[in-house]
Design a protein around this ligand. Sequence first.
Ligand SMILES: Nc1nc2c(ncn2[C@@H]2O[C@H](COP(=O)(O)OP(=O)(O)OP(=O)(O)O)[C@@H](O)[C@H]2O)c(=O)[nH]1
Ligand SMILES: [Mg+2]
Length: 345
Amino acid sequence: MRAYYSPVKSARVNIVSRIFPPFARRSKGGNTQFGVRRLSGLSIHRPSPFDRYIYHMASPWSLSGALKGMFSRKTIDDETWDDLEDALITADFGSDLTDAVIEELRANVRKYNTTDPADLRRMLRETLEERLARLNPTLTLTARPAVVLVVGVNGVGKTTTIGKFAKFLTGYGRTVIVGAADTFRAAAVEQLATWAERGGASIQRPQQHGQDPASVAFQTVERARNEGIDIAIIDTAGRLQTKSGLMDELAKVRRVIEKQTEIAEVLLVLDATTGQNGLAQAEAFIEHAGVTGLVLTKLDGSAKGGFVLAVQEKTGIPIKLIGQGEGINDLTGFTPHVFVQNLIG
Ligand SMILES: Nc1nc2c(ncn2[C@@H]2O[C@H](COP(=O)(O)OP(=O)(O)OP(=O)(O)O)[C@@H](O)[C@H]2O)c(=O)[nH]1
Ligand SMILES: [Mg+2]
């Protein structure tokens, strides 16, 4: 029997260095400059066995329970493959991806002529990690101001994500302004104001009720430029991807911002609990809003970790942030290695 050789390097990438490339260049010791241990908030540390324990406790999307029986068997048999297929489908990998992953694993098991479920587990981890790592999760925030437009359907977590993201950025000494371009509801402006305060960001409010969202976005960017603010994050109203008038409005917001500066990131927020339905949303927003990154929220309440992989594969847009709760620190960058460790155990 040939020994199973692992082709995938475990890429343990420091999220801070990806979000703030200049910091990474200054850091001689790689990760260690930001080796602050945090058990919540953005994962800014190398994973350790202790982290895995913590994440496992808090990860309903972990597949490790479903896979336990399978991997504790003595050998790889038909039942193993059936169980694996069930586990992937249940976790919302979708049938295409489930088939592709199983086919790849079957080929590897044949190639290395192994019957050891422990090998299969390693292969599964590596296949998933390799697939997730095909796209680059780096947030490009080097422009000044760096403008981030946040879009998505109703209630997916846009405003909450903006608050958490602002907190993360201000925590690293960046100045942030948020723009309340969700002008339909007064409550939406107040909700953003509350999050801005928690996140240490300033806010550009609409000057009158129902002001054109594009003009609020314009004013936000204008203020960022005039006041030398590093990052401007624009909140938008939730909209159904099927409403073409509202999708056109997003295109207008983009155009108006671009009169002043390029947009650094358009982040599409998707609620992970909606599973495959999120794919339809993603396609429409990608077409109309020029999405550059995905944010998956509510992973704390979802048993469907497979959606993370499915959505990235189907859309070809990288996941850049993950929301795992309603608290201000419950946002993490996306690191395939850590994610797969948590998913598979
Ligand atoms: N459990 C959990 N809840 C979240 C997360 N992110 C947001 N929420 C909750 O989801 C609900 C909607 O969040 P919002 O931030 O208001 O969503 P939105 O996309 O701005 O909504 P609209 O502006 O109405 O389109 C709130 O109750 C949030 O607390 C998350 O990562 N986990
Ligand atoms: Mg909102």
